[in-house]
Design a protein around this ligand. Structure first.
Ligand SMILES: [Zn+2]
Length: 257
């Protein structure tokens, strides 16, 4: 955008300064991002990190945007940048928005450079540069589904009972877990089957990971689907990350999702 001319002044120098106020955004707590609402910002708001700019000596009015707000910033031909809008002010030269970038830092743009979103939806997360480990850890993938179907088609059951379960649930027999049989479906669903009671179904990522590690011990073709430890994943509290084989806390991975 063109910088507004006098008497509207945006303090760009202040905006550009690296500052601990403008660190990366924790997406799980994006709603807690400090922002300014219901009034125009003054210098103290910028100093406090709840506004990016202040327009001295103008007739600026607060824009009635519900803040903070997730948005994609379109600028130039590059990919859209996911940002959290923390300020919006109407002036006779347009509506200006102050935002924070997910990776840290801030900026000012015209409101119409932003695609406003109701929250961090799929388009936002696709553009997000640093999603949290929980978001990146994906066990169920098309590649895993293909590998499981290939194994199923090759006839993997150890005995007739397993074969019946595999056919009934279209799922890979993984082995016994206490009194139940554990199976893994191509779509990543974990099944625990015990005769006489309804089967238990789970898509919890920790459970998927646990069962995938178990399954890989029986089907080496699945070992390559065990993910690397994501950045930020915690070390296992039981084995403290030491590679000592089986561990009840981390299933031998050394980390927990
Ligand atoms: Zn462990």
């Amino acid at each position: 955008m063109d910088a507004p001319s006098a008497p509207t002044t945006i303090d760009y120098d202040r905006c550009a300064m690296p500052d601990p106020l403008w660190g990366p955004i924790d997406l799980t707590h994006w709603r807690d991002t400090p922002c300014i609402s219901g009034r125009v910002a003054v210098e103290a708001d910028v100093n406090a990190g709840r506004a990016v700019f202040f327009l001295a000596g103008t007739t600026a009015k607060p824009h009635p945007l519900d803040l903070p707000c997730c948005a994609l910033l379109a600028r130039g031909s590059g990919p859209h940048q996911p940002v959290i809008v923390i300020q919006a002010e109407s002036t006779d030269r347009g509506i200006f928005a102050g935002y924070r970038a997910l990776t840290g830092g801030n900026g000012v743009c015209d409101l119409d450079e932003l695609a406003l979103l109701p929250g961090p939806d799929a388009s936002f997360e696709r553009a997000a540069p640093v999603p949290s480990p929980q978001r990146t850890l994906q066990i169920a993938t098309p590649e895993l589904a293909h590998a499981i179907r290939t194994l199923l088609a090759s006839g993997v059951a150890h005995n007739p009972a397993e074969r019946r379960l595999a056919e009934r649930f279209q799922a890979l027999p993984v082995g016994p877990d206490l009194f139940r049989e554990v199976l893994l479906r191509p779509d990543g669903e974990v099944l625990r089957v015990e005769s006489g009671v309804p089967e238990e179904r789970s898509r919890n990522v920790s459970d998927q990971l646990r069962v995938l590690v178990l399954a890989a011990a029986r089907y080496p073709a699945l070992a390559r689907f065990i993910p690397e430890r994501p950045a930020g994943a915690q070390l296992c509290a039981f084995c403290e990350g030491r590679d000592e084989g089986w561990c009840a806390g981390c299933f031998g991975l050394g980390w927990v999702p």
